[in-house]
Design a protein around this ligand. Sequence first.
Ligand code: PEP
Length: 268
Amino acid sequence: MNRARTPLIAGNWKMHHGGASGAELAAAVQRIAAQLRGVECVVAPPFTALAAVAQTVAEIAEQTGHASIGVAAQNFYPEEKGAFTGEVSASMLADAGCNWVIVGHSERRQLFGETDAFVAKKAKVALEARLHPIVCVGETLEERGAGATLEVVLRQLRAATDALVAGKGAAVVAYEPVWAIGTGKNATPADAQEVHAAIRKELSARDAGLAERTRILYGGSVKADNAASLLGQPDVDGALVGGASLDVAAFGAILRAAAELASRPTSA
Ligand code: PEP
């Protein structure tokens, strides 16, 4: 973690908590986040809970006088409107109270055939709709085994670099090794740092200032007990958390770990 960048902890709820339980979980997270300084928090519920979650966290923020946590969608379709049955546009997400959106999650790439070019288009359209995209990149186990981790991650990143540059720091990158998602096997802090540093170096070739501003999250089996060591790496600026974001105690512990690291003096 580098204190020049505010750490961001984002919870990807995937296909969980689509109803009233989503608003309850978000309310609990908002209350924890309100007690912490120096860390930004975002939750990403399913579409059907977005409006209720956005309203709930805004109400609690107003009552308590603390900033609201961010609300992210997990996906959208990069057209304004039209005959796209089953899809939702970026402006519809903004209308529902979202200010963030995840794009290019490996489950979208693998299960729904999303390509690098499509993910890049989504990042661009999200920014145009004033949503902060969380652009996910990451290699499979086979790719890592073949020594192709950086090649794959940087290829995915390069496709979205124009959008990241246009976003001037409003977009976030999430490095999520596919083999670490939902498996309980996180990358070691050193492995995560190596890939994060390569991502920042690649961004810096386009725009050094942007590279310094852009937050790069790690995702893949982040839990309460490994968060501090991952977040302690110089180029790890936060976490994209799946399973553990469904458990208030675990997610709260990850938020606290980030706040604790952010509060340490620079020389520590
Ligand atoms: C994710 O889905 O983005 C993720 C990182 O999941 P988990 O934390 O469960 O590995």
